[in-house]
Structures are given as C-alpha cells and as structure tokens.
Design a protein around this ligand. Structure first.
Ligand SMILES: [Zn+2]
Length: 357
C-alpha cells in the first residue's frame, strides 16, 4: 500500500491525512501501519518498533536529556464527521483536536528536526479513549518500560495553547450515621439516622476549600457530597443513612494526608467514615530543567490539569509530564469537533524552538 502520510509536508495536511484514516479505539491497525511505515521511511536516526497497535520511535544521539512526545492514535466513534473538511482556517472532523493534530505535530517534528538538542522518543499509542485496562500506554509500560524513560514527557492532547501540568488527586469516603428504628407515629421512640447527617452537610456547606499554587499552576480543591442513601419506608424512623463525599485535592497532599484531612473535617460528629476509593495526584514538576525550558518556550503559559489523564501515568514513573497540543479541550468528543489550523502551526513552532534548544 502506498504511504499516504507525508511527514515532511505541512502538519496541517498531515493532520487531515491522519483524520481521514478512521481509527476508533480497537480499530487502529491501519493507522498504526501507516504511521509505522512513515516513521521507518521518512525519518533518520530513529529506531522504530511496533507493539500491538502502538508505534514507538527513538533517537540515540547521546544528548544529555530525552524528551518523550506521546499521542494516542485512536478516536471516539465517528459521528458522521468524516472525512475531514477544511474551511476558513478550521479543520473539522472526528479526531481533529483529540488528538490527531498533536500526533501530526510530533510526527512532523520527528521527520524534520535537523539537529535536536535532546534525544527524542515518539510514542503513538492505541486505546486511550476506552477503559484504562486497555490503554496502549499501560501495555507499553508493562512490556517495554525502558521505552518510557525520559526527562520530560509531552502529551499532545488539546490544551488551548497552555501547558497543562500535574493533576489533582481524588478520594471518596462514605460517612454513615446509625440510629434506632421506630414507627414514625411514635418517633420519640426512635433515633433518626438521616437527621444526624444534617451536621455532616453543615460542615460541607461551611467548608472553605484551598487554592494552592504549585510551580505557577493553581489547584483549586473541592469537598462535595455526591450521593445520599437512607430511609426504610414512609412510616419508619430510619436507623441508617450515609452520604458519599468526594474530595478533589491538590497534589501537595498525599492520599493519606488527604484522607486524614477529611476525617478532621467531620471530627466530633456521631458518624463513621470509610475510605472507598482513592487516586493520588501528580505534582507538575515544572521546575525541573527539561520542563522549565518547555515552559519558557511556550511563553510561560501554564495552568493546572484537573482531570486524571495519561500525564498522571508518567508522573507516577517520576517523569514530569504535561499536556500541550493544538485545539480546545472542550471540543473533544463532540460532533462539531474541530481545530484552528493556526494552532497546529503555533504548537509546531514552539516545540521546534524548544527541541532545537
Ligand atoms: Zn485525547
């Protein structure tokens, strides 16, 4: 099959070519074949390997630092928005911003950087848009862990021109009250568990969440009731009730510290607290040299990342990681998904400056 991806041409055209190869999660073999062929034939100095429907390429120039450029090649199911369509400086179509524009920038740079200041690893992976257990980056971590070694990792997810770094942690607790059942016609004989949760809600209402600045990223915490359970029947004083509370916490707290904080918030109330699930946050790590240079190249535009993303996967490996890619993150997965092509050019130029030092 003829190679349809021209890595040396304009990354805008390359984005369109990638978008026009449909690649819903679990159906990435064709796009992976094309990306693999293009990397093998159109780059120099890169070792290329295939892992499932992921393609990895890296240089070994002996540079003092290594920058990893990672992008997922899958998309959510198309919604009548393929093939791509370019109009008035905007490229429309499934996967344009999430995240084939980012992929195109990375592939173009791999083919065209003449004398990079860093060694470069490119990771194009499958199955990011579905359950975490299928994630291609997770598989690479298990099967080719040495390929993920880097001083900084850049994920080309749409980030609106900002460098989005770190992520908040999350934990959930069940706060339960117990009482004594009775007929509600003789309520004084019972002890109402639901009423006891009033104090829990009052503490949540009065809670003042922190905003924490770490490396120029502001993390705004939140402690919220997300569910309530309780009640037996319309004529029964309930003997059990609970509220599920979700704490989104800045990455300067560990899970243990965050849990201890939540226990403190409800201190002195007649309730039992049980931790039901937790995921650690990730510090942005932007003060490390390889990351700091990237922030500088991008004009200091940084902000916190709130949700859990593959950035956290690198952070867990001790590698500072950021999202930085063309497109508006709010457009991902929408029928009218699109990317302003000027952003593709801008991100390419910023990364070219950064990677050539
Ligand atoms: Zn994405």
């Amino acid at each position: 099959m003829a190679v349809v991806l021209d890595l040396h041409g304009d990354p805008i055209a390359l984005t369109a070519a990638l978008v026009d190869i449909p690649s819903e999660s679990r159906h990435e073999s064709r796009i992976a074949d094309e990306v693999e062929a293009a990397l093998r034939e159109q780059t120099t100095g890169f070792e290329v390997v295939r892992n499932g429907d992921a393609v990895l390429a890296r240089t070994d120039f002996g540079r003092p630092s290594r920058v990893l450029l990672a992008g997922h090649i899958d998309t959510v199911p198309a919604a009548g928005n393929l093939p791509s369509r370019l109009a008035d400086g905007i490229l429309h179509g499934c996967g344009t911003s999430d995240m084939k524009a980012g992929d195109a920038v990375f592939l173009h740079l791999a083919a065209t950087l003449a004398d990079p200041a860093h060694d470069i690893t490119v990771v194009m992976y499958d199955c990011e848009e579905i359950e975490a257990s299928a994630n291609g980056l997770g598989r690479i971590e298990r099967e080719l862990p040495e390929w993920l070694a880097a001083d900084v990792a850049i994920l080309g997810e749409p980030s609106g021109g900002f460098i989005e770094a770190g992520c908040q942690g999350t934990l959930r607790v069940t706060v339960s009250a117990t009482g004594t059942r009775a007929h509600s016609a003789r309520s004084w004989l019972g002890d109402n568990a639901i009423h006891k949760l009033g104090d829990v809600l009052a503490r949540l209402n009065g809670y003042r969440a922190r905003s924490v600045d770490i490396d120029g990223c502001v993390y705004r915490e939140g402690l919220s009731a997300v569910r309530m359970d309780g009640g037996v029947a319309g004529n029964v004083i309930p003997d059990a009730a609970s509220v599920t509370v979700n704490f989104r916490f800045a990455p300067d707290r560990s899970v243990e510290q965050a849990y201890a904080h939540v226990q403190e918030v409800f201190d002195g109330l007649d309730v039992a607290i049980e931790l039901t699930d937790a995921a650690a946050g990730a510090l942005p790590g932007l003060t490390r040299p390889a990351a700091a240079a990237l922030v500088e190249a991008a004009g200091g535009q940084v902000r916190a990342k709130y949700g859990w993303t593959d950035v956290s996967r690198f952070a867990a490996l001790g590698i500072p990681a950021v999202n930085y890619g063309p497109g508006d993150p709010n457009l991902a997965h929408r029928v009218d998904e699109h990317v302003e092509v000027s952003q593709i050019t801008a991100v390419t130029e910023t990364l070219r400056r950064y990677l050539t030092g």
